[in-house]
Ligand binder design. Sequence first.
Ligand SMILES: Nc1ncnc2c1ncn2[C@@H]1O[C@H](COP(=O)(O)OP(=O)(O)OP(=O)(O)O)[C@@H](O)[C@H]1O
Length: 817
Amino acid sequence: SQEGAQKFDYQSDVARLRKIVINSLYSHRDVFLRELISNANDALEKLRLISLTDKQVLEGAEQMNITIKSWKEEDGSSRLYIRDTGIGMTPEELTENLGTLAKSGTSEFLAKAESTDTTGTGNLIGAFGLGFYSSFLVADQVYVTSVAAKSDKNPNPEQYVFSSSADDSTFEVYPDPRGNTLGRGTEITLVLKDDALEYVDTQKVTELVNKHSSFSTSFPIYLFTQRTEMVPIEEPQEEKTVTETAEAEDESPSVPEEKEELEESLDEEQPTVEEAFDDMMQKLEKEDEEKGIKTKPVIVDEWVHLNSQPPIWMRDPKTVTDEEYERFYQATFKDYEKPLSWHHFSGDSGSGVSFRAIIFIPSKLNDEYWTNPLLTSAKDVRLMVKRVFITNDLGEDALPKWASWVKVVVDAEDLPLNVSREMLQSNKFLRQLKSIITKHIIQTLHRISSEDDPEADEDKWEQISQAYNNVFKLGAIEDRKNREKLASLIRFHTNQGNSTTLDKYLEERKKGQKQIFYLADIGKTTDDLSKSIFVEKLHARGYQVLLLNDPLDEIFVQNIKNWKKIPFQDVAKAGLKFGDEDADPEEEKERQQVLTEQYKPLLEWLKKEAGEIVRDVVISNRLVTSPCAIVADTHGYTANVEKMINAQQSKANQFMHEYAKKMKLLEINPRSPLIEGLLKRVDQLPSEEEERDLEAEDELREVTAVLIDGALVRSGFSVPDSNEFLTRASTYPPSLSRRLETAKADSSVKPAPPVETKPVEEEDLSFDDTHVRVDPEMLGLFDQADAAAQPQVQWEVEEVDEEGNVIKPVEVSHDEL
Ligand SMILES: Nc1ncnc2c1ncn2[C@@H]1O[C@H](COP(=O)(O)OP(=O)(O)OP(=O)(O)O)[C@@H](O)[C@H]1O
């Protein structure tokens, strides 16, 4: 062990992590280079950021870059050096940063990794990033040599070494006996394992850097290479550019100032293995001999600039391949899955700032999003100024809440480099950024979904729809300005077994139809919903009903209220109209009156029996085979809303709730034989008080109770005492139970008229808005205090498009996208 060395035990989590890395990730070991370069890049970014306010940190090393060198030592070991001139580490930081794991969620990660097979772990790495410990995938022994940047606190930083072998449970930290050779920054020395010698091959390294790091690293990466040149023998000139191979290893890599010249050599073939070298020599000698010149081969050292291409967002989108976008996304946002889609654009904001940006749509939302969608704030808007990373924390309001999942890189040309908290609020460009990004997300989505856009992609839209359908609902509720555009993206299931959008629904509506029919019941399957008694007649007649089973649905519908002026109609509520009711409303009224008169005794009887539950009993126009249904009055709660309200902790207005709960109607189906039978039996009851048949009344009361309870259940409401219902049903005389089950109504219906051909605008539409509303706040969807303190207006920032035109806050129809 080295002189002055301090020995430390790894923190237990580190020991576990290293074990996982070493044991199970063999097939993923290429990642080590990406991880080390990413750390180097981070260290350089930190340095650059501090240097904006404290110039002295730059002392010690002039340039900011990353250098990679592979070398075969005299002792036979092959080593890979990855060095950066970044912020560096003090000996305390070496111990702290490399000996412990500070990351949150580490333990869960470890537990997961230890319990999954290697393929699963491969994915985990991508998501988690193993960082420095991945070194041990390829190295038996690792040294981290580091000199921290100069600061007031640390005016004379010294060079220290962290040393650890792959199978040690301890590590050492000691002062470097060579003194300060780095100037500033960190050098990782990997003593490669015998089975990892492929990484000394410069071509292999070049390949890996190109693949994983070249787009995401904003500092130059140089790779040490050697090239053979033929030098004429006659003129024994000083070999300035030629170094003996053995010397180079002592020298810490210093990168030539004239980088440009060297870049071309990237494409040239570089002999890296001995056979290739010999071949080359022979060829060159032969060529020179042919020319009659006497030459000898010499080896020229070179630092080749690997990432000489401008960063991906600065390039012309036409020149960037899909694969490059995908790799860039995965490396930058640490997602092991590919993005579903992206949009690369540039613009000029009204405040004169030109910028370039790429927005990415991840393959799925992370779990956090739905735990509290309105409290999550955007974490992945990476702001750069002239290629320099500034921040990925643009504050609470960087994006609307519904869009907090989007991943963005944005590079602005003329923004002060020291973006502070206050600046985020006061800078005009940064304030505009939100609407610029939002607008582009929506445009991208519309392009993929719209049927007549050249970029439309049905399969992709299917995937996006799967992952983001609810996000669009949330967006339509939250973001009033973009409500229409977001709502038009939502897909709904229907009773006809397909899915549809609101626009398509209107296109396919029937003649005369002036309502958008929907049935909402949280948690039911769409299959269950399609069998609901409220849907039966609409379905039989051929009308489309949207089947909504997500908690957000009801809130969405109630917030937007109508689509293109056609109101939504809950089919479980009063007010349902087909739109083709008999031409003469008088006639219809008359028929209703005749029926009401005919059924009067039964209606009265039922009203007495169901008085606790419903406000009134009426003849139904919505039932086909079912004998009866419980329907919410216009001002009442449907079963779904009642469920949502009951789930709420605080029932602020108890009186209102009790009132709304009572606002139900019992509708009976005059065509049901059961109802007809019931009418007969009520009629048969003796009318004179003294002749009452108490036994017959009791029996009838039982039948009625079963019927009402059944209606409650089938209408989605809960039965006051469901046990009682079951007992009642089971104790009922078998003959009657059987009748209850088998009695079938005449199920013939009149089919709906053909599809409406007139556009919506030409129709005479009027609707009332007296329906009971579910207030999103009441349902705890929005944080109440928050919502009160920050009214909706907070999103209404002044919007300026990329061309600099102020966009007036007028409603833009989604067709204009
Ligand atoms: N080249 C370096 N220069 C300066 N500090 C470094 C360097 N490499 C690592 N570190 C320090 O060591 C810490 C641990 O590194 P490690 O790679 O294990 O995790 P990370 O970089 O924080 O996370 P991850 O790589 O998973 O994103 C870093 O956070 C950083 O502070």
